[in-house]
Design a protein around this ligand. Structure first.
Ligand code: NDP
Ligand code: 8X3
Length: 266
């Protein structure tokens, strides 16, 4: 897409799943034309591997910068923009994707540590990243320009038992996103949210503290979305004409019609 040529895109949580797929999808969509990708996550080794894989696939037409960043650490987020090399600092698109779920505990059994990491990552981290990048956007003409793409979830719209904290974090993302869009109404900045249903990534492995068998059971008999499916939507919304804001998108696999409405074939 011509519209994405020359853009600088920052993706949080690019070491796995949806964020990783977004990196590949942006690169495949704009293999030449000066795209710059800033890939961030805690596991920087993985980001370096992804950067090398993108280089193998599309060549030098896309510049990829891996940056270690824990979005749950406010000090790291505060230093993030200043730490970028000059040629990657003129950010056009922020994909706030980093996020996680820990456990399926119900109150009053929810571990404080799990509660804190979910809020600090999914909510405070996303808000801090947004506040770190917005001054770059606001410095542009017409009150500012740039794209914020927040990855929410069906869980933010339909809370379920055993997911109270995760669902609360995603409801918070939704409220923040909708208020921010209003706050930026006089600018050219686009604020967009994409809410996936079931996507097979490392999400459930993280939820079950590394228990792969439990994670696999989540998807048994289902035909979940792939992270590439969601990445295609992310790149689509970023590539629309500047006056088009795909504000709010819910994406399900065919067998799903709500957080708890899932058809299993076996
Ligand atoms: P994955 O576990 O595969 O990927 C999560 C990514 O987030 C990883 O790259 C991880 O990187 C990163 N991350 C986690 N904590 C932090 C942190 N503190 N700082 C920086 N990066 C962090 O899961 P998904 O791809 O599925 O998840 C991506 C987003 O999609 C999340 O916001 C999730 O809530 C959302 N989502 C997922 C759905 C699903 O069914 N899978 C459905 C709806 C929404 P690292 O560990 O290296 O830091
Ligand atoms: C992930 C979807 O419904 O498993 O955000 O919480 S759900």
């Amino acid at each position: 897409s011509k519209r994405l040529e020359g853009k600088t895109v920052v993706i949080t949580g690019a070491s796995s799943g949806i964020g990783r797929s977004c990196a590949f999808e942006f690169a495949r969509t704009v293999p030449r034309g000066g795209l710059k990708l800033v890939l961030t996550a805690r596991r920087v080794d993985r980001l370096r591997e992804i950067a090398a894989q993108i280089r193998d696939e599309v060549g030098d037409g896309v510049r990829v910068l891996p940056v270690q960043l824990d979005v749950a650490d406010p000090a790291q987020v505060r230093g993030f923009v200043a730490g970028l090399p000059e040629e990657f600092r003129d950010v056009d698109v922020l994909v706030n994707n980093a996020g996680l779920v820990k456990g399926v505990a119900r109150a009053p059994e929810i571990a404080e540590e799990d509660m804190n990491i979910m809020f600090q990552t999914n909510v405070t981290g996303l808000i801090n990243m947004t506040q770190a990048i917005l001054p770059i956007f606001k410095a542009r003409p017409d009150g500012g320009a740039g794209d914020i793409i927040n990855i929410g979830s069906i869980a933010g719209r339909e809370p379920y038992a055993g997911g109270s904290i995760y669902c609360a974090t995603k409801a918070a993302v939704r409220a923040f996103t909708d208020a921010l869009r209003q706050e930026l109404i006089a600018t050219r900045i686009r604020v967009m949210e994409i809410d996936p249903g079931q996507v097979e990534t490392e999400f459930s492995i993280v939820r079950y503290y590394g228990d792969k068998a439990k994670a696999d059971a989540v998807y048994a008999g289902c035909d979940p979305l792939t992270p590439d499916d969601v990445a295609e939507v992310v790149v689509f919304v970023a590539g629309r004409r500047q006056n088009v804001v795909v504000a709010d998108t819910l994406v399900f696999p065919n067998h799903q019609a709500g957080a708890g409405v899932l058809h299993r074939r076996q």
